[in-house]
Design a protein around this ligand. Structure first.
Ligand code: MN3
Length: 264
């Protein structure tokens, strides 16, 4: 079941998905953007915002070569994490939505043609097995795509741009932020994620979520960066050394450009 420990104020908020404003990161989607307004969001932003309105992808893609993050994250780890786990979630989601079993379609009919964000919102905290499976697999497809984009070769270290200013105003300085982010990632019990998010008061927060949960289901939070702390993210390279893995990710791979893009 979805982990309810993510926040005492956790609340599914479908409307959140319609009012986020992200700048796009994809040249392909930006190229089709035209000027206009959709519900307060510019059509250019809506069309080029892959992490606020994400169709179920036909296939998945890494934003860098599978050798590019080594030695912090090796191609061997990615061959399983991306090649088996991430792709598996997409395969499972598609199979579920393609099912013609009336016991399944009773719950999945309303999910047809929806974006990942809409599926996540519609199935959050639902108890029937089909909705639960749709939630878990859609959320994990979304989380992993967001995670790959949160990493880049020669990333990490001192932030730049708007995220640097927000880190200083929200946490005092980068050192305090780094300590808190590593602690949240290392301290998440069992499977889950650590997130840097922007709250409704335009301050940064660091939170962790369990299993497939993400800030998308918490009112007022905009995800900026994430770190996967499921064991499949690091066990082949670090065995039980989650702390060493997380520290290396923060210092060598975090993609501040992506955080700045998500800040708009
Ligand atoms: Mn994972």
């Amino acid at each position: 079941m979805p982990n309810k420990k993510i926040s005492t104020e956790a609340e599914a908020n479908p409307n959140q998905f319609n009012r986020r404003e992200f700048l796009g990161i994809s040249a392909a989607t930006a190229a089709v953007a035209v000027i206009g307004e959709i519900g307060g969001m510019s059509e250019a932003a809506a069309a080029s915002a892959p992490f606020s309105s994400t169709p179920i992808p036909a296939e998945l893609k890494l934003p860098w070569a599978d050798t590019a993050l080594a030695p912090t994250i090796t191609a061997n780890t990615l061959s399983f994490h991306y090649g088996k786990h991430h792709k598996g979630y997409l395969t499972n989601l598609k199979a579920l939505l393609a099912s013609t079993d009336p016991l399944v379609t009773k719950y999945t009919k309303k999910l047809q043609g929806k974006t990942l964000e809409e599926i996540i919102a519609a199935t959050y905290n639902k108890k029937d097995p089909s909705s639960l499976s749709a939630y878990r697999n859609a959320a994990q497809v979304w989380n992993h795509s967001f995670y790959w984009n949160s990493l880049k070769p020669n990333g990490g270290g001192m932030p730049t741009g708007a995220i640097a200013t927000l880190i200083n105003s929200s946490f005092g300085d980068y050192t305090a932020f780094r300590t808190k982010l590593i602690a949240a990632a290392v301290g998440q019990f069992g499977t889950g994620w650590a997130w840097v998010v922007l709250d409704s008061k335009k301050k940064l927060q660091i939170i962790s979520t369990g299993d497939a949960d993400s800030p998308l289901t918490i009112k007022g939070l905009t995800p900026l960066l994430t770190i996967d702390v499921w064991e499949h993210a690091y066990y082949l390279d670090y065995q039980n050394g989650r702390s060493a893995h997380v520290t290396a990710v923060v210092d060598k791979l975090l993609n501040w450009d992506f955080a700045n893009t998500n800040l708009g």
